[in-house]
Design a binder for this molecule. Structure first.
Ligand code: ZN
Length: 120
């Protein structure tokens, strides 16, 4: 028994459409990213000045990290659409920058950071 040629053509068309969709990325979640990945030197200097050179990490019920801030970090991660702009930057030590990774901080964290910065 021979398969119906129209069924073969339909299957071929579906396969070609599937391959085309994969090739152009239809259905894939795309996230905007700032084309500038790293903070500039002047932005880093401003972050250092703003934080008095200290890491800005502070646990909820503890003191601010005493280590010197050595890395400019995106508060809202660059990989998740955070822009490389001064308002989205914070100064962290290497340990806290690695620990934060690409986690999006809570609105409470941002609010507390803003309040702390007024006291620096
Ligand atoms: Zn730290």
């Amino acid at each position: 028994m021979q398969p119906d040629p129209t069924v073969l053509v339909a299957c071929l068309a579906v396969a070609v459409l599937g391959i085309l969709c994969l090739a152009i990325g239809v259905g894939r979640k795309r996230r905007w990213r700032d084309p500038t990945r790293l903070f500039s030197w002047s932005q880093k200097l401003q972050l250092i000045h703003q934080a008095n050179g200290r890491c800005e990490h502070k646990p909820p019920l503890w003191f601010r990290c005493p280590a010197p801030g050595t890395e400019a970090d995106h508060i809202h991660p660059w990989s998740r659409g955070g822009p490389t702009e001064l308002w989205n930057g914070q100064l962290l030590c290497r340990r806290h920058n690695r620990r934060k990774s690409n986690h999006v901080p809570s609105p409470l964290y941002r609010w507390r950071l803003g309040r702390r910065r007024k006291k620096y």
